[in-house]
Design a protein around this ligand. Structure first.
Ligand code: BGC
Length: 391
């Protein structure tokens, strides 16, 4: 971890202007022909260089009061600024202001997760009679696509424009056999901002051999602003009557258990911290919430409302709609005070939460769960929409 994150702001004229405008971290002036930060259209700037010499860009784009910064490395949402009820902006996504910290040790801050988001038991699955072995990077399981998943790849990024919408298109080709998965997977992720400031994420993928796919985004949110302490006072509502209980390694048992009369009942909305210290066996396994909720709306063609989160002090509200049948609610249990984020503040347990819209964990080993198999000739599609308001 670097301790000199503030010193990179020495900068030049462009830096001084951006710093005066309170625009956050300053990077080498290397802007393309575009206008953003925060004038509206996608703009690119140099963010850093990987140990192998690969250049990493930071793209900025804004619309409808939402300001987004994305890295070509991992497709990482590096910053997401939205206003509070008095119009004051804060970056509500946890992360770093420099590439080295992302490369050295990041718990997937802001990243695109693939080829398979969440855990696969024993890192193994059987498809069409053949068994595939994936890297074990989470005890006895494979997590988030293996030790070099999509979060650690450099994506091709270009501006996205369609009708009134603006944004970025990210592309990555995952080789046949990469991280043990069969088939060449061509992946496209669109990060779209609408005129009213919604942040829509569209995923699409095709393959040349049967494979499994479960893509998601791993942004950690704190609607009070990253580095502003705990998320336990945020109110969370999840439209899920059931969840998938797990074993001690966080692999689903296969049961779809009712949330009623458990700490997992967020149907009416409640502060995240209200029941997080209940000695329920599932809370103990997760060290808090780290569970997949079975959305009542199921798998849908168009995104349907799934989650509402409210931060009482700032008034910021985030609503999530998705086509996916599940959402992993993770309450930042493994943040342990060893990482300092973008604002230079240390992240401690419960200082951010993730809501990873996805198919259920370990689906390839649970025929009763909605299928994650993708075959040649078919296109995997998934959409998740984040809408913001301040009340
Ligand atoms: C998992 C957690 C894990 C975190 C990354 C989440 O998606 O559910 O168990 O610790 O990602 O560090």
């Amino acid at each position: 971890m670097t301790i000199s994150r503030r010193t990179v702001m020495a900068a030049g004229a462009a830096g001084a202007v951006a710093a005066a405008a309170g625009a956050g971290p300053v990077f080498a002036a290397d802007r393309t022909d575009h206008t953003d930060r925060w004038g509206g259209r996608p703009a690119r700037e140099h963010f850093g260089t990987l140990p192998d010499g690969t250049r990493v860009d930071r793209w900025t784009v804004s619309a409808g009061g939402t300001r987004l910064a994305v890295l070509s490395y991992g497709g990482i949402v590096q910053s997401l600024e939205i206003p509070d009820r008095r119009g004051r902006y804060a970056n509500v996504s946890l992360g770093f202001d420099n590439l080295q910290d992302y490369v050295a040790d990041s718990p997937y801050f802001g990243a695109i997760i693939g080829r398979y988001g969440n855990r696969i038991a024993g890192g193994a699955f059987t498809l069409d009679g053949r068994t595939y072995q994936l890297p074990l990077n989470d005890g006895t399981n494979s997590l988030h696509g293996g030790d070099k998943g999509f979060d650690k790849r450099v994506w091709d990024v270009e501006p996205y424009a369609k009708g009134p919408d603006t944004g970025l298109t990210l592309r990555h080709v995952s080789a046949d056999g990469e991280m043990g998965y069969p088939g060449t997977l061509r992946v496209r992720v669109d990060y779209v901002l609408t005129p009213r400031g919604d942040f829509r994420v569209h995923y699409a993928a095709t393959t040349d051999r049967p494979t499994v796919v479960n893509l998601t985004n791993h942004t950690y949110f704190n609607l009070a602003g990253e580095g502003n302490g705990s998320i336990l006072d945020h109110t969370l509502r999840i439209a899920a009557s059931r969840y998938t209980p797990v074993d001690s390694t966080l692999i689903p048992t296969g049961e779809l258990a009712p949330v009623a009369h458990t700490p997992f009942d967020f149907r009416g909305g409640k502060p995240i911290g209200r029941d997080i210290r209940e000695a329920h066996p599932q809370v103990l396994f997760g060290r808090g919430y780290d569970h997949n909720f079975v959305l009542d709306k199921g798998l849908t063609d168009a995104p349907r409302h799934a989650v509402t989160v409210t931060e009482p002090v700032s008034g910021r509200v985030m609503e999530i709609a998705t086509t996916e049948p599940g959402v992993q609610f993770y309450s930042g249990n493994f943040l342990d005070g060893t990482l300092a984020g973008t604002a230079g503040k240390v992240y401690r347990q419960g200082d951010g939460f993730c809501l990873e819209t996805q198919h259920f964990p370990d689906s390839p080993n649970h025929p009763s769960f909605p299928s994650t198999v993708l075959r040649p000739g078919r296109t995997y599609r998934s959409t998740t929409v984040h809408s913001f308001a301040a009340r």
